[in-house]
Design a protein around this ligand. Sequence first.
Ligand code: SAM
Length: 277
Amino acid sequence: MSRRRPKRSLGQNFLVDPNLQRKIAGAVRAGEGDPVLEIGPGRGALTDHLARRGVALAAVELDDELAADLASRYRDDAGVTVVHGDVLSLDLPSLTGDWARTTVVGNIPYNITTPIVFRLLTLPYPADIVLTVQAEVAARMLSGPGTRTYGALTVGVAVHARASRICKVSRTAFRPVPGVDSTVVRLTPRSPPPLAPGEADRVRVLTRAAFSWRRKQLGTILSRHPDLGIPREIWSGVLASRSLSPTVRPEQLPPAEFVALSAMLGEGFGGVPVAPR
Ligand code: SAM
């Protein structure tokens, strides 16, 4: 396996602690022949454990040399397919044959955590997701209303999935040692999917707008945020019917409230048409 200099631009911090490698791979609830997609296998820290269990593994690696090394290492293993490409541009559901049953796992690069998470939580969903992310990002995913860490990422995850913490990972478990600690989280997409694609897009527009102005009051945000611009005569009735004051601030609203508001505000914002169910 390659021992070339790790590339910071690709977020290459390799997990060298064998107990954590076992623990993270063990959090994948997949047995022999079950589909698994690994994001960023790197030098194979998780890949080896998964391959030994006989899962049907597709491993997506962007780095040319690491992908070539992995392809040659698993050349004779019919259960492992190394895909050389960018996880953000590949058609992921086509990689495993049975996306609805696929578990996605990865110690993913910190700089593309949010786009990866939002991609995985866009329909169609995989069955389950196990990701090692920056501890501070995990705190935001696992947060709740009324706290400092509650925000667009919390709502964006909670609307689509149940999130739980698997374990903490000290920065010293990686080489090179990164500047932050990590947390392994499980995101289990909700079934059946709670929102049609158009509705999910609108909830995202509303949530992002709200938290980009998180110190402002909801009425002000709905009226004046450039992505919203909803007339008062529309939003005032909607807020009243939800027993919400226009002075409430975004961080006080639970995820379900963003979904309800988005549905009730109808076609009046975001420019995203409501998709038929
Ligand atoms: N899984 C390995 C481990 O735990 O030691 C490597 C983890 S390292 C944090 C992230 C890996 O993702 C690297 O191997 C890197 O080359 C790869 N990577 C970075 N950007 C990627 C992308 N857009 N698509 C696929 N893989 C990517």
